[in-house]
Design a protein around this ligand. Structure first.
Ligand SMILES: Cc1cc2nc3c(=O)[nH]c(=O)nc-3n(C[C@H](O)[C@H](O)[C@H](O)COP(=O)(O)OP(=O)(O)OC[C@H]3O[C@@H](n4cnc5c(N)ncnc54)[C@H](O)[C@@H]3O)c2cc1C
Length: 184
């Protein structure tokens, strides 16, 4: 029951339990901190889900389909979350991911000692079992056009993250201005 509930209210509780900064967010701001100390929700989420998996529990997706399809660009937490909720609603989902593995920054940003990559793969495999069509090594805009996705689906979700940090863009702008002034 706890496994089911935990998975109902979060698309991947075992991942959030590991990487979400609860100490400064919900646990840090909990009113119980004034007298008793907050419930350690992150550790609890992780424990419940891991115990469930250990005991062979899994997540079921409906077999009945609505006859609608959504193309999702990017398989980071945004894309995977949306895919979870759409599959639960009986909507067909295809994720297009330019990298060779799913997960976005979960896979390529957060270090393995904080989030073991097998944990992401296990969750992705669960979604695939639930009907997710995951197409890796496909960059939208290069290998397939955005227009094609729009034409062939009822909706398109863009979950491509932000590869370039703001600071870098800002510094590049300043450097370009400087080079321009220098040449002038
Ligand atoms: C080093 C590092 C550590 C972090 N640690 C934490 C942490 O401990 N806790 C935490 O909560 N957050 C952490 N974050 C932040 C968190 O990882 C991001 O907020 C989150 O991944 C954003 O999710 P997203 O799905 O929007 O984008 P992303 O995770 O960036 O996923 C976007 C995906 O879209 C794909 N994509 C992009 N363009 C295309 C295209 N044209 N066609 C197909 N695919 C495309 C990319 O390959 C990528 O897989 C960390 C980030 C970094 C960089």
């Amino acid at each position: 029951m706890a496994f089911k509930l935990s998975n109902e209210s979060s698309p991947f509780p075992e991942i959030m339990g590991r990487v979400c900064p609860q100490d400064v967010l919900c646990e840090g701001d909990c009113t119980l901190n004034h007298r008793h100390g907050a419930i350690t929700i992150g550790s609890i989420e992780k424990y419940i889900t891991e115990k469930g998996f250990e005991n062979g529990l899994t997540i079921d997706f409906p077999k009945q389909k609505l006859g609608k399809s959504v193309a999702v660009i990017g398989s980071g937490p945004a894309g995977l979350s949306l895919a979870t909720y759409l599959l639960r609603a009986g909507i067909d989902v295809t994720i297009y991911e330019r990298a060779s593995r799913a997960g976005g920054l979960l896979t390529y940003g957060i270090p393995g000692f904080k989030l073991d990559k097998n944990v992401i793969e296990r969750r992705t495999n669960l979604l695939k079992k639930g009907g997710l069509n995951l197409k890796t090594n496909i960059e939208v805009g290069k290998d397939i056009s955005f227009e094609d996705l729009r034409k062939n689906n009822d909706a398109v979700f863009i979950g491509i993250g932000s590869t370039k940090p703001k600071k870098q863009i800002f510094l590049t702008k300043i450097a370009n201005e400087f080079i321009w002034l220098w040449n002038f």
